[in-house]
Unconditional design. Structure first.
Length: 717
């Protein structure tokens, strides 16, 4: 028989759990304090007068103690700042074993386990056990804490017929309690409430590609971040040494998720928005978005050929004539084009300048049949010294950096001339390239050019040094020399590479951005998160094809998250009714929450739009405890900003900047306009409608919006 909790029983159980948490924290503090003494002990132990001998096992023990104390001190400081609780779970097994689960493993000085790290195999039952497959777990308990104080207990009974007569069961479910809490400005970890299907993804093998799909609110982002923490824990040497890169759509999004990994004990992860990925090579970043037309052109795979032709295309249409010892020697444009193609086939552009110069000189030598009495070295000097040779080379093969090269496309006629763009596309692209304000769409193009161009040589046209044939010392050629691709060495592009890459909102990654990311992980394992129904790319299949090209024939596994934990049923039913009209095959997860509050579908005159938005935001500020977002199309963004009250809980965002975020309440301004702004606008509106965790308000302009899937009479404001 299950003993239901009375108020006194709850207090007693809370007190018992508090005593255990106090013991764990006391053990960590003991380890932290001992760190101050270990340095002196180490010096004393290893100070030798050459008459003593230090045993190897003594050194190993000291190293382990130092390392544990250091990590414990650092982690305790991190956890104290998170206010999320060091110990968050307890398992009571059929054989009466009790097992506590927390953010890191803790043992006593005698190696008695006090807390199991949530990523350890021994902690799996905390996430995997169900009433159908209880894994010998009778009761699963979730502890809620603030600082080092236990503030709440929630129990799940998994084996009701095996509950001891004195076991107390408290609460009605930790998951729903966690889902209902107010949202703050940053994402929280879900380490205490991971569900079985999420845990399966988190603990999946690392090799190859792990592709995670799921509709809005299924927890793709937070599951992906917990997977990174799990991989770092389980395969520490591989991923800590090789590096982990986490990529998201925008700086706003990256700031939102910034604290999740540190709260899980992992702070050695590189986090980059898409506009920041190529900073390693370019030394610049961007958070500026292109308009729709320019974004599609810059992101398309055809831009790779545009850039290649840009480099291959000769900037001069004439040849060159030099006079050597009174004899005129010429090279025609066709021969120059041949040299250009041959050089670029085996070298990067900037490194190829020396090879091209040498090839032009060799051409002149071949046609200078009357100069047989001149040595090759003397002939080369005469050609190089001719007054027009150097200026011509600077025009025909100027040394370039990526920004200078891309700026060439500001001339729309050049884009047409290289044969890859029609006049309209070339004009749109030319108008969208501004060297003073590089955009997110420019970054992968500049990164591609950095690879094609290679670094600018410190000295130009220098001849390689070879040992004379009769030299006493022979030139050394190693196996490495034979196996190394000279073009790769010549490129010199310092791309940072990683052992694992996590890409979020993958449905919006353009083909050119996928190429940029691939350069950072040529041998990496990948975790890729996305939902095609939320894609803002006009042809949603194109990013999918680019992803499949990246995966190739490498190992891959796919997971679908099927439960919407974020969106209340009332607002999600509205959003799904809408998207099914646009995307009949959209992945619609099951919503498990209900607030009892239907969405408010309002209409306001254009002249009163700012006042209507302000009124709704002020009303919501009184109804919810967490954050509120006003999501507006660019046309109404200024009005939305002007209506924003002076409250840090309120944010004004475009629909694209709202991707991946969640708020207690959301006001969507002029949904029809959002849907009409771009070819992918209907899917972008779907994103906006699925951001709230509690309340949704939509405000149509002048009349009820055509987006509304249900014939609900509008309320007027």
């Amino acid at each position: 028989m299950i003993c239901l909790a009375t108020q006194s029983a709850v207090a007693r159980e809370t007190q018992l759990e508090q005593a255990y948490v106090d013991r764990v924290i006391g053990e960590l503090k003991r380890a932290s304090a001992s760190a101050k003494d270990l340095a002196g002990e180490s010096r004393a132990r290893f100070t030798s007068n050459r008459e003593t001998r230090v045993r190897e096992e003594d050194g190993t023990a000291l190293f382990e103690r130092d390392a544990f104390a250091f990590l414990a001190a650092r982690r305790l400081a991190d956890l104290e700042g998170q206010h999320e609780g060091l110990v968050f779970g307890r398992l009571d097994f059929l054989d009466q074993e009790k097992r506590y689960v927390g953010r890191l493993g803790v043992r006593t000085a005698d190696y008695e386990p006090l807390v199991i790290d949530w990523r350890a195999q021994a902690a799996e039952p905390f996430y995997r056990a169900t009433p159908v497959e209880p894994m010998d777990v009778v009761r699963r308990r979730v502890l809620t804490s603030r600082d080092d104080r236990v503030t709440g207990i929630e129990d799940d009974v998994l084996m009701p017929t095996s509950v001891p007569s004195d076991m107390v069961v408290i609460g009605d479910g930790a998951l729903m309690q966690a889902l209902g809490r107010a949202r703050g400005p940053q994402m929280h970890d879900i380490v205490a409430t991971i569900q079985a299907e999420q845990d399966e993804v988190i603990r999946a093998p690392y090799q190859g590609f792990t592709i995670i799909s799921g509709g809005p609110g299924t927890g793709k982002t937070v599951v992906g971040l917990h997977r990174v923490a799990f991989l770092l824990y389980t395969y520490r040497r591989r991923f800590a040494n090789g590096g982990v890169l986490v990529v998201g759509p925008s700086p706003v999004f990256m700031n939102y998720i910034a604290k999740v990994l540190p709260s899980l004990g992992e702070d050695a992860v590189v986090m980059r928005a898409l506009g920041q990925v190529a900073e390693d090579v370019l030394g610049l970043t961007s958070d500026i978005r292109d308009d729709e037309a320019a974004w599609v052109i810059k992101g398309g795979l055809s831009m790779r050929q545009v850039l290649r032709r840009l480099i291959e295309h000769s900037p001069v249409d004439d040849g060159l004539t030099v006079i050597v010892d009174g004899e005129p020697l010429s090279i025609r444009p066709a021969e120059l084009d041949r040299i250009r193609r041959e050089v670029l086939a085996k070298s990067t552009y900037n490194q190829g300048r020396t090879l091209a110069t040498r090839a032009v000189v060799e051409h002149f030598r071949a046609v200078g049949v009357g100069l047989v009495d001149v040595t090759d070295a003397e002939f080369a000097d005469k050609v190089r010294d001719f007054w027009s040779f150097a200026p011509f080379m600077d025009r025909w093969w100027p040394l370039l950096d990526p920004t200078t090269a891309l700026a060439t496309l500001r001339d729309p006629q050049f884009g047409v001339a290289v044969g890859q763009l029609d006049q309209e596309s070339a004009t749109v692209l030319a108008q969208a390239i501004d060297p003073e304000h590089w955009t997110i769409g420019d970054i992968p193009l500049l990164d591609e050019l950095a690879l094609m161009l290679g670094p600018v040589p410190t000295t130009d046209d220098s001849e390689p040094i070879f040992l004379p044939p009769n030299a006493a010392m022979k030139e050394i050629v190693t196996i490495s020399d034979k196996l190394t691709d000279r073009r790769e060495v010549a490129s010199g592009a310092p791309h940072a590479t990683y052992a694992h890459i996590l890409v979020d909102e993958a449905q919006d990654i353009t083909p050119m951005q996928w190429r940029m990311l691939r350069r950072r992980g040529p041998s990496a394992s990948w975790t890729i998160l996305g939902d095609p129904a939320q894609s803002s790319w006009p042809d949603r299949t194109e990013p999918q094809r680019a992803l499949l090209a990246l995966v190739g024939n490498r190992a891959q596994r796919s997971f679908r998250l099927s439960t919407n934990y974020r969106s209340p049923k009332e607002s999600y039913d509205l959003a799904t009714s809408y998207i099914k009209q646009i995307e009949p095959d959209a992945d619609i997860p099951t919503s498990v929450r209900s607030t009892g509050v239907e969405p408010r579908l309002l209409v306001a005159p254009l002249a009163d739009l700012a006042e209507a938005v302000a009124a709704e935001v002020n009303r919501l500020l009184k109804q919810v405890d967490g954050t509120i977002a006003v999501i507006a199309p660019s046309k109404h963004l200024l009005a939305a900003e002007e209506s924003r009250p002076d409250d840090e809980r309120v944010m004004v965002l475009t629909p694209l900047n709202a991707k991946g975020l969640e708020f207690d309440a959301v006001v969507v301004v002029d949904p029809d306009r959002i849907a009409e702004e771009t070819p992918a606008g209907p899917r972008v509106l779907y994103v906006a409608l699925t951001r709230p965790t509690q309340r949704l308000v939509t405000i149509d302009v002048d009349r009820a919006g055509t987006w509304r899937p249900l014939p609900t009479p509008p309320a007027h404001v």
